[in-house]
Design a protein around this ligand. Structure first.
Ligand code: PLP
Length: 397
């Protein structure tokens, strides 16, 4: 079959392969402790479900405007403005069926074939996939592990930028590391993007999944709102990933282009889901607070259990629902040379299923430390403890 050449450049979420391994193992009657996927086993708050149900019964089942219904665009503009300390209006909001579509549309709107895009690696795999699929050159940058946690590898970023670099993907509250910038680092990113005249995709998928402190957006720094597109999602904050709702928050001209892409691709986002999202933003927030409480309890248990394993170290991430422990010592002690084998053996010996670093991009030359990603959004605290006890016994044996 003569598929278009660009299909060969289309990537995927390689973590789905880990789900397949876990499913295959579970289908043989084995217990599986699922730490591999960023999906949530927490229910959408009842007030949001009720609002969707009512909207459906009220007949909100037809097409909606491509950019989203005005009530939601206005509510989101207000919410995002308040949380980020800037001023957006509804003309800056383009509602999307999830946060993920913002990635491709941002790139389509601002990148020409042959342009270079700086993106995080390890990072969410869809950046690289979309950059390359759309004819750009994906240029990875990484992080360094410091006593204060993961920090951007500034030397590598400086080395990677060139005359063809147009875009910078900045996932503060990072998947898979759980890394976030302190004020000084965020200012450095802003200065860097201003100096090199780069557009920024501010992927803030985890902005509201925070356990202490306050989230800060790069758009709040001088000169950045004008050159940034925020990826906003309802998926995590309100545990409704499968409903598919998010938004691009951008300068009006870009928001209009993104909405025009909607006209061409999806027509619109689901009407009754948008009405439910107005309730999510403006209604009772108890559901969201309970989601955060539940996730924090899980994170604290997971940190404690991981730290109890000889040869494992982990930073406590205050954002996201991921931990990225270093397991180099265990890996070496057990004589591994293949990270997939290391992962599969853990699954088959203990039922504990996690992603390895290579599910988030190709490791850089010379990267010799071994990290794995644990997501705790889809597993309850007692199961976290049970699984980790098995893993401890196995890795220490
Ligand atoms: N960005 C990052 C960093 C993510 O981890 C995810 C989902 O896991 C997304 C964007 C997209 O999420 P959604 O399409 O569910 O809004």
């Amino acid at each position: 079959m003569n598929l278009a050449k660009r299909i060969a450049r289309l990537g995927t979420e390689t973590a789905f392969a880990v789900s397949e391994d876990a499913r295959a193992w579970a289908s043989k009657g084995n217990a599986v402790y699922a730490f591999h996927l960023g999906d949530m086993n927490i229910h959408t708050p009842a007030n949001i479900i009720q609002a969707a149900h009512k909207a459906m019964m009220d007949g909100k089942t037809g097409y909606a405007p491509a950019a989203g219904i005005p009530e939601l665009r206005a509510a989101l503009a207000e919410d995002v403005s308040k949380a980020r300390g800037v001023k957006y209006g509804m003309e800056n909001v383009s509602i999307q069926p999830g946060g993920k579509p913002v990635i491709g549309k941002f790139i389509m709107a601002l990148m020409d074939a042959g342009d270079e895009v700086l993106y995080p690696n390890p990072g969410y795999p869809i950046y690289e996939s979309q950059i390359e699929f759309l004819g750009g050159i994906a240029v990875p940058y990484g992080y360094v592990s410091t006593p204060a946690g993961f920090r951007l590898d500034r030397d590598r970023i400086e080395r990677a930028v060139g005359p063809r670099t147009r875009l910078f993907v900045y996932n503060n509250g990072q998947n898979p590391l759980g890394a976030e910038s302190d004020d000084e680092e965020m200012q450095w990113v802003a200065d860097f993007c201003l100096k090199h005249n780069l557009w920024v995709l501010a992927d803030e998928a985890y902005f509201d999944i925070r356990y202490s402190g306050t989230s800060k957006s790069i758009v709040s720094l001088p000169g950045m709102q004008e050159r940034s597109v925020i990826l906003y999602t309802f998926s995590k904050k309100y545990a409704l990933a499968g409903w598919r709702l998010g938004a691009a928050i951008a300068p009006k001209e870009i928001a209009d282009v993104i909405s025009k892409l909607n006209v061409n691709q999806e027509s619109c986002s689901n009407h009754f889901v948008q009405i439910a999202a107005v309730e999510a933003l403006t209604g009772n927030q108890a559901g969201h607070h309970e989601i955060i409480r539940t996730l924090k309890e899980r994170r604290d248990s997971l940190v404690e259990c991981l730290r109890a394993i000889r040869g494992v170290s982990v930073f406590v991430a205050d954002v996201t629902f991921y931990l990225f422990p270093e397991v180099t010592e265990v890996y070496k002690r057990r004589g591994y040379a293949d990270q997939q084998q290391f992962r599969l053996d853990a699954l088959h010996q203990t039922g504990v299923s996690f992603c390895s670093r290579s599910h988030f991009g190709k490791p850089a030359p010379g990267e010799d430390r071994v990290f794995v990603r644990f997501a705790y959004s889809g597993i309850d605290t007692p199961r976290i403890c049970e699984g980790l006890q098995k893993l401890k016994a196995y890795w220490e044996s």
